[in-house]
Design a protein around this ligand. Structure first.
Ligand SMILES: *[C@@H]1O[C@H](CO)[C@@H](O)[C@H](O)[C@H]1NC(C)=O
Length: 293
């Protein structure tokens, strides 16, 4: 997973200079998505995150400046989540809300188009991107998995699934040949959400899953404690992108992830819990990360 960054700044400045008017999808206005009140109502998960809350967390994702406009819908999210019954469905209501807040915070950060003075605030621009925009010169081929399409396993979807091994494993889990069709994660919104929830729910040893960490099911061993890896949101950052962001003291990448989370917890009316950062956590290791990223 990689932070695809706020390259929107340039185009936004440009659009202001050119006098382009921003489409504001906040305040309950739904852009590019029908909100007719029929079809799925969200089921059990809908009691934790309603259609309105989804809009409130991601109000600018359908902005004209966002490449993802029209792609990420509430219905696709709810449909994808059905494949993972424990997702947002473990523990009491506070725990469930915390998991959903953390999931949307991390995925919102992975796909953000926000910047410090952005309309609606820096953390209102999650789900602005589908495909990773800033791509390092990498073939994204990790040698322990087949790599039929070198260069094609860059980040896609809410969690910005990256690397051939992840496309392989995720595809196997979802019953879809993602290794040969990686762009399905950028064209099929249900599959795209499923890839993110799959990553969230699936432990890739020695890493625990984000799910078990955020619902406080994971208990650190002595080795984990010595590595500074304590339960909390910070460990989910370590799981997602620790090799790049963790164990190097304070940094903006981690601060932005925390900013999304505390903002979203505020909207859910819950506390974010302890150990929000991973500044002093040893990452799980670059090789391991590449394997499981
Ligand atoms: C929810 O569960 C957590 C962990 O088991 C507990 O600490 C908390 O007090 C519970 N909250 C409520 C409102 O019951």
């Amino acid at each position: 997973m990689r932070l695809i960054g706020s390259l929107l700044i340039f185009s936004l400045v440009l659009s202001f200079v050119l006098g382009g008017s921003a489409q504001n999808c906040g305040s309950g206005v739904v852009c590019g998505e029908r909100d007719t009140g029929h079809g799925t109502d969200g089921g059990e998960l809908g009691k934790i995150i309603s259609r309105e809350m989804f809009e409130d967390l991601l109000p600018y994702r359908n902005d004209v400046r966002c490449p993802a406009r029209g792609f990420y819908t509430y219905d696709a999210f709810i449909e994808a989540a059905k494949a993972f019954p424990a997702f947002g469905n473990s523990g009491n209501e506070t725990m469930r809300k915390r998991e959903i807040a953390a999931f949307f915070a991390q995925t919102g950060d992975e796909t953000t188009g926000g910047w410090p003075d952005a309309p609606g605030g820096e953390y209102a621009w999650g789900y602005c991107y589908i495909r990773q925009v800033s791509r390092p010169a990498s073939d994204y081929c990790y040698r322990y998995c087949p790599c039929p399409l070198p260069g094609q396993y860059y980040g896609r979807g809410p969690i910005q699934l990256t690397w051939n091994c992840n496309y392989l494993r995720c595809g196997e889990a979802l019953g879809v040949d993602l290794l040969n069709n990686p762009d399905l994660l950028a064209t099929d919104p249900v599959l795209s959400f499923k890839s993110a929830i799959w990553f969230w729910m699936t432990a890739q040893p020695p890493k625990p899953s984000c799910h078990e960490v955020i619902i406080d099911e994971w208990k650190p061993s002595a080795i984990e404690v010595n590595a500074g890896r304590l339960p909390g949101y910070g460990l989910t950052t370590n799981i997602i992108n620790g090799g790049i962001e963790c164990g190097q003291g304070g940094n903006d990448a981690v601060r932005n992830r925390i900013g999304f989370f505390t903002t979203f917890c505020g909207k859910f009316g819950i506390q974010p819990g302890d150990n929000l950062d991973c500044y002093n956590q040893r990452p799980y290791g670059l090789n391991l990360m590449a394997q499981s990223m």
